[in-house]
Design a protein around this ligand. Sequence first.
Ligand code: ADP
Length: 469
Amino acid sequence: TITSQHLSDRVLEIQDAFEVSPTKLKQIVAHFVEELKKGLSAKGGNIPMIPVWVMDYPNGTETGDYLAIDLGGTNLRVVLVHLLGGQKFETEQEKYHLPKGMRTTRNRDELFEFIADCLEKFFYKLHPNGIEKGALLPLGFTFSYPASQTRIDTGVLQRWTKGFDIPNVEGEDVVPLLMDKINEKKLPIKVVALINDTAGALVASRYTDPTTEMGLIFGTGVNGAYYDRVGNIEKLKGKLLPDITDDSPMLINCEYGSFDNEHESLPRTKYDILIDEQSPRPGQQAFEKMTAGYYLGELIRLILVELYEEKQVFQKYSKDSEQIKLLYTPYLLDTSFLAEIEGDQDLENFPEVVRLFQEFLKIEPTLDERRLSRALSEIIGNRSARLSVCGIGAACTKMNIKKCHCAADGSVFHKYPKFPERAADSLADIFGWKEENIHPRNYPIQIVPSQDGSGVGAAVIAALAHARQ
Ligand code: ADP
C-alpha cells in the first residue's frame, strides 16, 4: 500500500531530477550564447539562426490592408489586418481546425489545398463580390517551422517540427506550393512574405511598443527571434548587396528548439531521454523536448506509468483494464492537463484533478494520487518555465541588452498558471536581480504578452517588404 510518506520521498526524488539551480541556469545560458554565435558562423551549428530578411524596424506608421495566415500546430488562422498607422490596427479573423491526420498526411497537396480552401472561404465571406479587377491582396504567411530564406517571399523548409511529418515538403520552397493552389482557385491573393511566428510576435509588438527586443513562442514548440547586426552574421558574407552595411539590422529566427542537441548542458532526466528515443526524430529538438507544450503532458504520463509499474499508484486497476491501457497511450495527455491540475484552487479535495483524471484516463484518483499529480505538474511546469527563458538570457547577453520587453505568445505562456511568474523568476536567477533586491515588477527585462503576431506581425512584415520593393 501507498503511504504519503513513501509517495513524498519518491516525489522528492523526481523533484531533484527536475531541479534547475541558478548556477545551472547560468551555465546553460553561457553555452546557449556560444550556440547562437555558432549558428551565425559560416560553418553553422545546431541552432539554425535563420536570417528572415526583415531589415527594418517597424515604427507604427505602416498602413494598408493585408491578409495573414498562420499554420500553427493545431489550427489554421486567417486574418485580415487593417494597419491604420499611429500604432493602431484592426483585425477580422477566422480559425479552421486542422483535420485529424493532416500533420502526418502522406500527400503534401492535401495540406496546401486545405489552406487554399480556408482562404477561399474567408475571402468570399469578407468580399462576396470579389475585389476590384486586377487588384491583389498581399498575404503574409506565418509558417512556423525552420525554413531557410534568401528573400522575404521564399522559404525552403529545412525539417518539420512540432509533430508535423509530411513527405516531399522538406527541401522545397513552400511559397510556390501554396501559390499553385491559390492560383488554381483564381483567388486574387499573392504571398508577399513568409514569416515565422516569433518574428511576427516581435514585429507586431514593436509596432505598438518600441522597447520590444525579442519575440517568443511558448506553445506547441519553443522559439525566439531578435534583431542582430548584419556584421555579426558571418554566413551572409558575400551574399548581400554591397549597399547593405555591417550595422544594418537583420531579424533572426533562432529556431532554438534545437539548442543542445549534442546534450552538453541541459539536465536531462530518464523521462526526457525516453521522449527523445521514442520520438520520430531522436537527437533533434533537444531543448524543445524538455520545455514545449507538445511534450509536457507526455512527461507526466511517463512518470505516472513508471509509478504504476513500481506499484505506487492506481493499484486498483489491473494492467489490462481500460484505465491502464489509456495510461499507456503515448501522447494521450496534453499540456492543458497539467495546466488545469495546477489551476485547481481547492487543495483539500482537488475536484478539478478528479475531473481531469476521469475525463482523460477514466481513473478515480485517491487523495494521495491527486496530491502527487499536483506535485508532478508543478515540477514539470516549473522546469519548463525555468529552462525556456534561457533563450532570452542568451540573446540578451549576446546583444548586450540590459533592459527591454520580450513579447511572448503561445498557449503555454497565456494559459499555464504561474508560467509567467516562474519565467520571470528564472530570468532573475540568470541575471542576478534577486541579489540586487529588485522587485519583480521592476525586473529590467520583462516578458509581456505579445500583440497578435501571426496576424498583425505578418501584416507589418508584409508592409515593410512592400515598402522596400
Ligand atoms: P501553436 O504553438 O501550435 O501555434 P498554441 O500556442 O495554442 O499553438 O500551443 C499549443 C500547445 O499549448 C499545445 O501543445 C498544448 O499542449 C498547449 N496547451 C493547450 N491548452 C493549454 C492550456 N490550457 N494550458 C497550457 N497549455 C495548453
